[in-house]
Ligand binder design. Structure first.
Ligand SMILES: [Zn+2]
Length: 140
């Protein structure tokens, strides 16, 4: 029996829980697509997925694949996240991106140093499989 100290277990990653409204979005990420919700009545796109159109209050919607590109609206560097999983990864950048499809999406941004970032910079959504059902988006 070993008495050597064991390394501390990695903190558990908080995971999204797909809902009836968001399942198509998560399925899309798993399949390498950005599926955005469009109102079946007025046609406007919205994100995050939700049951009622904020423009016309229709409850009918459909998901369509959207381009993965957009431009940086703003970003923040997370130095002191409260969650231990993210604290172990800090510092990291989270970007808020104006997608070419007309919605804003926030996600981690990787591969670009903070000093090289600019408002309006073109970025692309990428996919990080976490489990067999959950793939998380990030920008690069
Ligand atoms: Zn609508």
């Amino acid at each position: 029996m070993s008495t050597a100290p064991q390394p501390a277990p990695l903190p558990e990653r908080p995971m999204p829980v797909p809902t009836r409204e968001s399942q198509a979005y998560w399925d899309g990420l798993r399949d390498g697509k950005l599926m955005l919700q469009h109102c079946a009545s007025c046609g406007k796109v919205r994100h995050y997925p939700r049951p009622v159109c904020p423009h016309c209050f229709s409850m009918e919607s459909e998901f369509k694949a959207a381009p993965l590109t957009g431009k940086v609206h703003t970003w923040t560097v997370c130095h002191h996240p409260f969650n231990f999983f993210f604290k172990a990864q800090s510092p990291f950048i989270v970007a808020l991106v104006d997608m070419d499809a007309g919605v804003r999406i926030n996600a981690p941004l990787r591969g670009i140093a903070e000093g090289d970032l600019e408002i309006g910079q073109r970025v692309t959504l990428a996919f990080e499989p976490i489990t067999k059902d959950i793939t998380l988006p990030y920008f690069t």
